[in-house]
Design a protein around this ligand. Structure first.
Ligand SMILES: Cc1cc2nc3c(=O)[nH]c(=O)nc-3n(C[C@H](O)[C@H](O)[C@H](O)COP(=O)(O)OP(=O)(O)OC[C@H]3O[C@@H](n4cnc5c(N)ncnc54)[C@H](O)[C@@H]3O)c2cc1C
Length: 370
């Protein structure tokens, strides 16, 4: 996704661009594992603005190309007094950042609007304009319309250096010289950056997606429904659902093939689990006992920076830039992030105006709920 989006904006900025992808096809590592969701309900103004730009772009693109885009909303649901209070505070803060279309619903109103919610839900926050799209469709459309050259099945092995300066890359198909090299290698960005002596301080953490192909209980018009206390969430997909959960998990080395674990499925589906989907939506109890229940799993890696925000633009190594570190937001952040990364490279965006510049001071931030 991020390589394709970088190419799209680089070509529009007048930079002749080559994208080198070591796999035989584009958008086949982390990008197709994403559930493709986007939201403006963030806890800081900078990320709201970054994703706002992406969503406006998606809406415009969808008028000519079917991205599978749906504005079915994000519904964060709370069952505890503390959670309900935090949700209220967050909505107040979001209003101050100009995000005026987030609704705060009490339990009764939430159940009236979304009858599948549990009786003990205290409040919910909902924004209709949030939603999802098909990530691979977006990535391949950006690649197609970029005008860039794509080389698949070609791996970058090292950088070509002239003194301190990066002048291109060595690849499995020979050298490519370039005025600027952009690392947009997802979870594998860290190891390749070390070849240029750069420590990007990235951590890679395995994340799963549970795919249930057929699920009559799921209303087809339901929003992304999130348990605010546990982070477990699901959304309609095809005639079934995608379900996910992103609790703190240990970092693992970056991988080209990410294994799945059946315990992830049981953690969401078994009503006895402390993060069961059934906690806020009782129909998941019926799903658990149904003989029709079948599922499969996909896994990929989140690429985390210490402050959970992406790294966008030139690095301290002359000629070397990065566009990576999107944690769970690389689809929704792709457009706003890549436009900023390219503007930072061309000088259209100054370092002082770029809160995502790679050499910023970073304070460790705890895990976001998603
Ligand atoms: C379970 C899960 C759910 C998610 N859900 C969402 C969501 O709902 N919304 C959202 O916005 N984000 C979501 N994300 C995050 C999103 O998927 C990522 O942020 C995004 O896909 C990252 O894109 P990327 O292009 O940086 O990485 P990737 O898709 O991993 O692409 C990196 C590419 O670089 C190539 N590469 C690496 N090293 C080299 C090399 N040396 N030479 C050549 N090529 C190389 C790789 O082969 C790969 O194709 C989710 C992620 C996961 C795992």
């Amino acid at each position: 996704m991020i390589g394709c989006a970088t190419a799209y904006f680089a070509e529009r900025a007048g930079l002749r661009t080559v994208v080198v992808e070591k796999r035989p096809a584009l958008a086949t590592l982390t990008t197709p594992v994403a559930t493709g969701a986007f939201r403006l309900q963030f806890d800081n103004a900078e990320e709201v603005e970054l994703v706002r730009e992406s969503i406006a772009f998606f809406d415009e693109l969808q008028t000519g190309v079917d991205l599978g885009l749906k504005h079915q909303g994000y519904l964060f649901v709370s069952r505890t007094a503390a959670g309900a209070r935090t949700q209220g505070e967050l909505v107040d803060a979001q209003r101050q950042w100009g995000l005026t279309d987030v609704e705060l619903l009490d339990g009764t109103e939430a159940r009236r609007r979304f009858p599948y919610l549990a009786g003990d839900v205290i409040n919910a926050r909902f924004r209709q304009g949030d939603g999802w799209l098909e990530p691979r469709r977006l990535a391949l459309e950006l690649a197609r319309s970029s005008g860039a050259t794509f080389q698949t099945g070609v791996g970058v092995t090292d950088f070509i250096r002239e003194g301190d300066r990066v002048r291109g890359v060595s690849t499995t198909a020979g050298p490519i010289e370039s005025g600027t090299v952009v690392i947009a290698a997802g979870p594998l960005s860290g190891p390749i950056a070390t070849r240029a002596g750069l420590d990007l301080r990235l951590a890679t953490v395995r994340r799963h997606k549970l795919i249930i192909p057929d699920l009559p209980q799921v209303p087809r018009d339901a929003p992304m429904t999130i348990d605010f206390e546990t982070g477990a969430h699901w959304r309609p997909a095809g005639s079934g659902a995608h379900a996910l959960w992103t609790a703190p998990a240990p970092a693992e080395p970056p991988l080209d093939d990410v294994p799945t674990s059946s315990s992830f499925a049981f953690g969401l589906l078994d009503p006895r689990s402390d993060h069961a989907l059934a906690r806020i939506v009782p129909f998941w109890k019926e799903v658990w006992t149904s003989s029709r229940l079948q599922w499969w799993l996909q896994a990929g890696q989140y690429t985390y920076t210490p402050d959970r925000r992406p790294l966008l633009g030139p690095t301290v190594v002359p000629g070397l830039a990065v566009n990576t570190g999107y944690s769970g937001h690389g689809i929704m952040g792709s457009i706003g992030g890549s436009r900023r990364a390219v503007d930072a490279i061309t000088g259209a965006l100054s370092p002082g105006a770029n809160p995502f510049r790679p050499d910023r001071p970073m304070e460790a931030r705890s895990f976001d709920v998603l």
